[in-house]
Design a protein around this ligand. Structure first.
Ligand code: AMP
Length: 618
């Protein structure tokens, strides 16, 4: 597929609405569209610059965010205020990240191991959604600048292994950036589309998508049939990529010139210059045989054979993951009909060789591996825009469906544009000790507060056996059948108590009303998310106060007088903050209370602190 430089002059095109495809990557992000004239996908870029935007956000002293190349310059000089790899935090709790804490050079908050992480920069707290939305906003601005037209609709890609919470977080980030996210699609699916796979309804194929980027490796085995992509298995290593290749080259050189790695470890500037040379060597050796350069007073060089020797163990790891993915899908290499290469690091000769060897076939490398995912997202966007007449859209949900949770928030179970039939479920818990019933209110719409959405139904789920708050596990299930009828069920998993109702979601809404609900959600995204963040911070604060209170009542003897006084004062501060409208203040008071109470929990080895409340509270 040829790449075309485009410059769409204002007014020269009678252009239908543009829907962009966005690859929101861990290291780099980019936007692509279907060129209105050539009908081919193209990655957007300014004249003479790269289509890739580093997924990095830097906050200056005033708290203003800059994104992209400029932000990257602060990685070394101002690590605490420069956020990279925000994608790794999406939908994650601190517990999920605790083994990789040293990877992050900025402050990731661990208020409660089970709740979602936040990043602290100065006195501001950012959720991964806030951070991703800043990157998306930058991509939107760049696209608008290049296309000279407003960009409000997008398809965004996520890794195939992203769970429901991570996908919802990505949607929310889009909304906050002022984008109507038409669909979230899997990165390997997008890559296949860019190679034209899955576009023909008759086609049936099993393929492997090998994605080796700067910091992560993913292998996905997909089955394509009737235009539907099914993920058979995924595997990978979320901390393996081109950066490790660079490090291996640096270590080789240091060893060659007889310098101990630890000796330069503290000299960030020296390390950085060596790292850049190593990356240059790696890239050069993808096409040439030898690389040599000067570093300080030393001359460093490496040839392709040596490079392949030192990278072999790293690439071998990816091949082991491929073998596992195949075995999880209960397939052998002979079942794989095509292999698609994604990510800048697949340009390394050894990677291509070892992948070809393992799968016993030549992989597809003709589309730029940095752009292939975004190009595929653009193809999906074009299909959703109805421009690709050969590709019929399956029935989809016009608006998101969800239930009301604590503080009047909308918790989406089935996002809009999801295929029908569909089902989803999520666990919730109780707020009060001994709570025997739970009101389940079902809503349709895109706004964050249920009061702005449309209520479809409500029922009182009764018969929950008496248990302490946070203990019951109530699974709420949504099932939309092929006729678009939604059944909502609730089941307390510990006791098996169950209840269900049926609703017809679309009933009574005209297309115009649906359109208005969508538009409102974008225009009000910022205020909605602000209220949501405040409600969530308040809920978290109230929970922590309650748990701490119970803990103190039970364990007074374990604490010194001074500790009791300090705790009481921190609790009072938090209580006070809960009455104000400032989520950053609430977060900082939660953090302060946690700083004080963390050692108590360890001392008492009492699982009650911080860990009691799993699931969300309705
Ligand atoms: P991605 O995350 O897909 O953007 O991949 C970025 C990674 O690809 C970085 O580690 C780059 O150093 C690496 N990369 C980019 N171009 C080349 C090349 N020509 N040869 C080898 N690695 C490359």
């Amino acid at each position: 597929m040829a790449k075309i430089g485009i410059n769409i002059a204002t007014g020269s095109l009678q252009q239908a609405e543009i829907i962009v495809g966005i690859d929101l990557g861990t290291t780099n992000s980019l936007v692509a569209i279907i060129h209105p004239e050539s009908k081919l996908p193209v990655a957007l870029k300014e004249f003479n610059s790269s289509s890739l935007v580093p997924s990095i956000v830097h906050f200056d002293a005033l708290g203003n965010a800059i994104v992209g190349e400029e932000a990257r310059n602060f990685l070394e000089s101002d690590p605490a205020n420069t956020i990279f790899s925000a994608k790794r935090l999406m939908g994650k709790s601190y517990q999920d990240l605790v083994n990789h804490a040293s990877f992050f050079t900025y402050k990731v908050i661990d208020t409660d191991v089970d709740s979602l992480v936040k990043v602290q920069v100065g006195d501001q707290f950012y959720s991964p959604i806030d951070l991703s939305s800043l990157i998306l906003k930058e991509l939107k601005n760049r696209a608008e600048h290049i296309l000279k037209t407003p960009v409000t609709k997008a398809v965004i890609t996520v890794p195939a292994y992203f769970n429901d919470a991570q996908r919802q977080a990505t949607r929310d980030a889009g909304k906050l950036a002022g984008l109507d996210v038409l669909r979230i699609i899997n990165e390997p699916t997008a890559a296949s589309l860019a190679y034209g796979m899955g576009l023909n309804k008759e086609e049936e194929k099993t393929i492997a998508v090998y994605d080796l980027g700067g910091g992560t490796f993913d292998i996905s085995i997909l089955k394509i049939a009737g235009g539907i992509f099914e993920v058979l298995s995924t595997n990978g290593d979320t901390y393996l990529g081109g950066d490790d290749f660079d490090r291996a080259i640096m270590q080789y050189w240091l060893q060659q010139i007889g310098i101990d790695f630890h000796a330069v470890n503290n000299d960030k500037a020296q390390l950085q210059s060596l790292r850049l040379l190593a990356e240059a060597a790696k890239k050069t050796l993808s096409t040439e045989e030898l690389f040599s350069a000067n570093w300080n007073d030393y001359s460093v060089s490496i040839n392709r054979i040596t490079l392949h020797e030192i990278l072999q163990p790293l690439v071998k790891k990816t091949i082991d993951c491929c073998a596992k993915a195949l075995s999880d899908a209960a397939l052998s290499v002979l079942d794989i009909e095509a292999v698609i290469m994604v990510g800048g690091s697949t340009r390394v000769g050894l990677v291509k060789e070892m992948v070809a060897n393992f799968f016993q076939q030549e992989p597809n490398i003709s589309v730029n591996p940095d752009e292939v995912v975004a190009l595929g997202a653009a193809i999906q966007a074009d299909i959703l825009a109805g421009n690709n007449k050969d590709f019929l859209l399956l029935d989809i949900t016009p608006l998101s469906l969800g239930i009301e949770t604590m503080g009047g928030l909308m918790d989406v179970l089935i996002p809009r544009n999801a295929k029908i039939p569909n089902k989803a479920s999520r666990q919730y818990t109780t707020q009060k000790d001994g709570q025997a019933s739970m009101r389940i209110s079902v809503f349709q719409g895109e706004r964050d507060l249920v009061k702005d959405n449309r209520k479809l139904a409500e029922f009182n789920f009764t018969g929950i056996p008496g248990m302490p708050a946070g203990m019951p596990k109530v699974e709420v299930g949504f099932l939309i059948n092929a006729d678009g009828i939604l059944s909502v069920s609730a089941k307390e998993l510990r006791s098996g108590v169950e209840q269900a109702i049926e609703v017809k979601p679309q009933y009574g809404l005209t297309d115009d009303e649906v359109e208005k609900m969508l538009l409102d959600s974008i225009t009000h995204a910022k205020e909605d998310m602000t209220v949501r963040a405040l409600v969530e911070a308040r809920t978290e604060g109230a929970q922590i106060l309650e748990v701490t209170e119970k803990f103190i009542a039970k364990n007074t003897a374990l604490l010194t007088q001074q500790e009791l006084v300090e705790t009481a004062s921190a609790m009072q501060n938090l209580q006070m903050a809960l009455t104000l409208e400032d989520k950053n203040l609430i977060q900082s008071k939660i953090e302060a209370l946690n700083e004080i109470s963390r050692p108590f929990a360890e001392r008492a080895m009492d699982a009650a602190v911080g860990g009691a409340l799993k699931g969300k509270v309705i």
